[in-house]
Design a protein around this ligand. Structure first.
Ligand code: URA
Length: 216
């Protein structure tokens, strides 16, 4: 069977709550930042299911030994925040993946063509093919930035089937492009909104995520 892009919208009350806070135009920057951090945490928690590599071992309790499951430290885990808005999700992701390497990718969108251009690329030349990669970007609108990120990652050996995208609001144009190019990919998002306007903003969305995280 051909693999398909899987899009998870976890029906979790904490995710719904923090999404509502983030969507509200009256939310001040400091609270918006907390909302995005919390969304990063809970969406990463969901994304880690059946993705984080484990190993079976045994531990000795004060009374006896018993079987135990640990995170496998031999398998590399990487977080790739897409600057600048993806930084907002990083703290929450790192709280659950404290040993992950962080590789920043700085992309800026041309406001006329809506095409991304790259001003910072901290990706290594080659990834171990077993690397679990989690990409963070709160807004999957036209999909230009995420397609750019995926192209940079896969040409460095990253397996799309071992890659998870954490976003907050996703829209059909981005999901359709990713689905066509990377059918094995998994996307975790708080909501899917149907509309992307002519300026490339998701409607109703939550506005410019980077501006609202950083207040600039
Ligand atoms: N980037 C944002 O910050 N917001 C959108 O709605 C779309 C892209």
């Amino acid at each position: 069977m051909t693999p398909q892009l899987r899009v998870y919208v976890p029906p979790h009350p904490l995710i719904k709550h923090w999404l509502a806070v983030a969507r509200d135009a009256g939310t001040p920057s400091v609270l918006f930042r907390s909302a995005i951090t919390e969304l990063g945490r809970w969406l990463t928690y969901e994304a880690a299911r059946e993705w984080l590599p484990t190993l079976e071992t045994e531990v000795r309790t004060p009374l006896d030994t018993c079987p135990a499951t640990l995170i496998n430290p031999q398998v590399p885990v990487a977080v790739v925040p897409i600057l600048r808005a993806g930084l907002g999700l990083l703290e929450g992701a790192q709280s659950l993946l404290p040993l992950a390497s962080v590789y920043h990718l700085g992309l800026v969108r041309n406001e006329e063509t809506l095409e991304p251009s790259c001003y910072l690329n901290k990706l290594p030349e080659k990834f171990d093919p077993q690397t679990r990669v989690l990409i963070t970007d709160p807004m999957l609108a036209t999909g230009g930035s995420m397609m750019f990120a995926m192209a940079e990652l896969t040409k460095r050996g990253v397996d799309p089937a071992l890659t998870r995208i954490v976003s907050v609001v996703a829209a059909p144009p981005a999901l359709q492009k990713l689905s066509a190019a990377y059918p094995g990919l998994n996307v975790y998002t708080a909501i899917i909104d149907e509309v992307v306007n002519d300026q490339g903003y998701i409607v109703p969305g939550l506005g410019d995520a980077g501006d609202r995280i950083f207040g600039t």
